[in-house]
Write a protein that binds this ligand. Structure first.
Ligand code: FAD
Length: 439
């Protein structure tokens, strides 16, 4: 048992997981600073938007997920003073620590697109987003009312636009997952020709990792989904249902009518982090991409969406980072060199129909890290393989049923150590060398 005081800022997926693991491992003096009374399992929101899950199953009262024995301060951190080992809260009080873990997530900039907040709030506007606990339910309601509206038919199809932002965002697959689920719903009801669907993105492809992007592009063409590549949403005229895009290649504005507009919102590092001594020039907490230790303060660690590690921002990444953070804090307390390494692992279960998932798993640099791959997968699961209808049904079962179960019953209690646990530096370096040779 260790008596050092660890303060965890943020009681989201990362903060709760780390706090619970620390408790289980005998680091008992843990305080969580988190202002919200509700804790969310955000990965469920895409399924809520597709009518495949209920919003109430994505949330629990914060008091019920705070690990037993941990102290909870229901306040917001205003600033960090790492030179004096303390944080200042929104009521002006301070909390001191021996070790600090920053896990404050990322900020959704709903106000970055003029008209977006108005559209989301207005009931029949057609403007929706799965990136919010309230608007993910609106997504399914709006879709249903358009689908069941008889004035839309093959001669007069409804227009659905799905946008991707020009910023980093958590779960970069979600803006198209919701599109595939809704497309499949229309197909299943014999109404596919009652709608035109377009994926609008400032990028030049469907996804950031080439291996998956090629599969998604092929599927896009086969399923008759239009693409507006290099198109960035700039504003929404809510009353006339017109979205304005910047066509990046031609540097000109294009106006598009929509019946339903699903927005992948702008995101950024939380504002209060931007002026913090812990952050880099873009506001993300500056940490070593392997050890998750602050590059500036040896008793500060960070994980989750708020760091500047170049992984895909997902809960899956958090489950790989948390065991590393816990292990390295223990090493640091014991005055030993940090030997827990994070590989950049992230996973994006790309929901492609109402019962199939294309499971994307990759590390730093987009290096594939597929658990179920027949050749390189992890024993004993590799016999399953990653390709095929049954595999994709199985991955859907993981996404819809097993992952939420593991999250609420194991992760928040500190018993799930991700797919790797904290790997040793030599293992990670060997993996990275192998990747750079094959690249
Ligand atoms: P969060 O879980 O967002 O928690 C941050 C916490 O910090 C919050 O509770 C917040 O209140 C608190 N906080 C903020 N500021 C302060 C402050 N000043 N003081 C104290 N506390 C503060 N991931 C996957 O792996 N697979 C998926 O399929 C997937 N799908 C997703 C779909 C959607 C629609 C969304 C929105 C996300 C999805 N994700 C998915 C991403 C995943 O939910 C996040 O990556 C994960 O929640 C990150 O955890 P975090 O703890 O860093 O941030």
């Amino acid at each position: 048992q260790r008596s050092e005081k660890v303060v965890v800022v943020g009681g989201g997926s990362a903060g709760i997981g780390v706090a619970a693991m620390l408790q289980n491992e005998g680091v008992k003096n843990v305080t969580i600073v988190e202002p919200n009374q509700t804790h969310y399992y955000q990965p469920l929101w895409t399924l809520v938007g597709g009518g495949l899950a209920s919003a109430k199953n994505s949330q629990k009262d914060m008091k019920d997920v705070i690990p037993k024995g941990a102290n909870w301060i229901p306040k917001r951190v205003e600033s960090f003073e790492p030179d004096s080992n303390k944080v200042t809260l929104d009521d002006g009080s301070t909390v001191e620590y021996d070790y600090l873990v920053v896990a404050v997530g990322m900020q959704t900039d709903w106000d970055a697109i003029p008209g977006l907040e108005e559209g989301l709030e207005k009931e029949d506007s057609g403007v929706v987003s799965v990136y919010h606990p309230k608007y993910c339910s609106k997504t399914w309601q709006t879709f249903q009312s358009i689908k069941n509206n008889r004035s839309f038919n093959a001669a007069n199809p409804a227009t659905f636009l799905f946008t991707f932002p020009p910023t980093l965002l958590k779960c970069a697959g979600a803006p198209q997952k919701i599109m595939w689920v809704l497309e499949d719903t229309l197909r299943g009801e014999g109404k596919r020709d009652h709608a035109n669907l377009t994926f609008c993105t400032p990028g030049a492809s469907m996804f950031g990792v080439k291996h998956y992007s090629e599969k998604l592009e092929k599927m896009r063409v086969e399923r008759g989904v239009h693409a507006a590549f290099e198109n960035k949403l700039v504003s929404i005229d809510v009353s006339n249902k017109i979205a304005t895009f910047l066509d990046i290649k031609n540097n000109s504005n294009v106006k598009k009518h929509y019946d339903m507009l699903h927005v992948g919102p702008h995101m950024s590092a939380p504002t209060f982090l931007r002026k913090s001594p812990l952050s880099d020039s873009s506001g993300w907490v500056d940490v070593d991409k392997h050890t998750m230790q602050s590059t500036k303060y040896s008793n500060v660690f960070a994980l989750g969406d708020c760091t500047n590690t170049p992984n895909s921002k997902t809960a899956a990444a958090v489950t790989s980072q948390a065991p590393v953070v816990v292990h390295n804090i223990e090493r640091s307390i014991d005055k030993l060199p940090l030997d827990g390494f994070y590989t950049g692992y992230a996973s994006c279960p790309l929901v492609i129909t109402r019962n199939q998932v294309l499971l994307a798993e990759f590390g730093y640099g987009g290096q594939l890290a597929e658990t179920f791959d027949r050749k390189n997968g992890k024993f004993p699961w590799k016999f399953i393989g990653t390709e095929g209808y049954l595999q994709q049904r199985f991955f859907f079962f993981l996404k819809e049923t097993l992952f939420p179960y593991v999250y609420w019953n194991l992760w928040t209690k500190g018993y799930w150590y991700g797919t790797n646990g904290p790997l040793k530096p030599n293992v990670v370096r060997a993996m990275e060398e192998a990747a750079s040779v094959s690249a």
